[in-house]
Design a protein around this ligand. Structure first.
Ligand SMILES: [Zn+2]
Length: 120
């Protein structure tokens, strides 16, 4: 699975050079360990108690799924999953975003504030 770490800006600063870190792991214990090895900090840390956790952590079955909302993929009819094609006008309105669908390779090339760490 893929574990997504989204920097919540706790304490008013970003914790690494990346806004979002995606880590492939069997569970969050493993992904937390990989995060700490790569960035020399605990992703479960709370830098500021009023702001809360440094990272919002969520789990996904795949990297394509984990990035689908950011890539503006079309939502399924039940809004529970995504399809690998451009979002509809309704989706774009819901997210207040443009319809800038990106394939996964394009997204990975385009964005310099994400880091993907896959199992080697
Ligand atoms: Zn705070």
């Amino acid at each position: 699975m893929i574990v997504k770490y989204f920097d919540m800006n706790s304490g008013g600063f970003e914790k690494t050079d990346f806004k979002t870190v995606f880590i492939e792991a069997d569970n969050t214990v493993e992904s937390d360990r990989i995060f700490t090895e790569n960035f020399n900090r605990d992703p479960n840390n709370i830098s500021c108690t009023c702001c809360g956790h440094d990272y919002a952590v969520s789990e996904y079955p795949s990297l394509a799924n984990a990035t689908a909302a950011d890539r503006m993929c079309q939502m399924s009819e039940d809004w529970q999953s995504f399809e690998e094609k451009p979002s509809t006008d309704e989706d774009a309105e819901y997210y207040s975003k443009c319809k800038c669908y990106m394939t996964l390779p394009n997204y990975l090339n385009w964005s310099d504030d994400i880091k993907v760490i896959l199992k080697s």
